[in-house]
Design a protein around this ligand. Structure first.
Ligand code: RTP
Ligand code: MG
Length: 143
């Protein structure tokens, strides 16, 4: 199976809860490797740009407000089937629907504050990675 990359955000609620390490540990234990990582506090413009696809949705303003409410961890994860694997580890968008043992079931409080973001397809992963990282900030094992 091909090695893929995906983009992950540990959102402000999870950073505030001090569970960065626990979340990263789940990635590592499940065959995903951190190949780029930065802690940052998004500006409103950065958050609006990242979530531009949701611009017309009713939750857009609240989402942006939440995403700039504190620092986040932006990461590139690499591994077999990385996009899908990360989505499985994250669990459903609404933590109430998330399977037991998933990151959102264990660390998220609500659909608005749901601990993590993960790319939903290989194409969006490429775009999201490029939004946050330059090529020389990514240190692939396979390079
Ligand atoms: P993400 O992009 O954060 O990985 O989450 P996702 O694919 O599971 O969900 P998506 O549909 O892309 O929505 C992005 C984020 O917007 C918030 N949301 N709120 N109140 C609502 O109905 C609602 N729907 C979505 C969530 O925080 C979701 O993660
Ligand atoms: Mg999404």
């Amino acid at each position: 199976m091909a090695i893929e990359r995906t983009f992950s955000i540990i959102k402000p609620d999870a950073v505030a809860k001090n569970v960065i390490g626990e979340i990263v540990s789940r990635f590592e234990k499940n065959g995903l490797r951190v190949v780029a990582s930065k802690l940052l506090h998004l500006s409103q413009e950065q958050a609006e740009g990242f979530y531009a696809v949701h611009k017309e949705r009713p939750f857009f303003n609240d989402l942006v407000k939440f995403m700039i409410s504190g620092p986040i961890v932006a990461q590139v994860l690499e591994g077999e089937n990385a996009v899908l694997k990360n989505r499985e580890l994250m669990g459903a968008t609404n933590p109430k629907d998330a399977a037991p043992g998933t990151i959102r079931a264990d660390f998220a409080e609500s659909i608005d504050e749901n601990a993590v973001h993960g790319s939903d397809a290989q194409e969006t992963a490429k775009e999201e990675i490029a939004y946050f990282f330059t090529a020389d900030e990514i240190h692939s094992r396979t390079r």
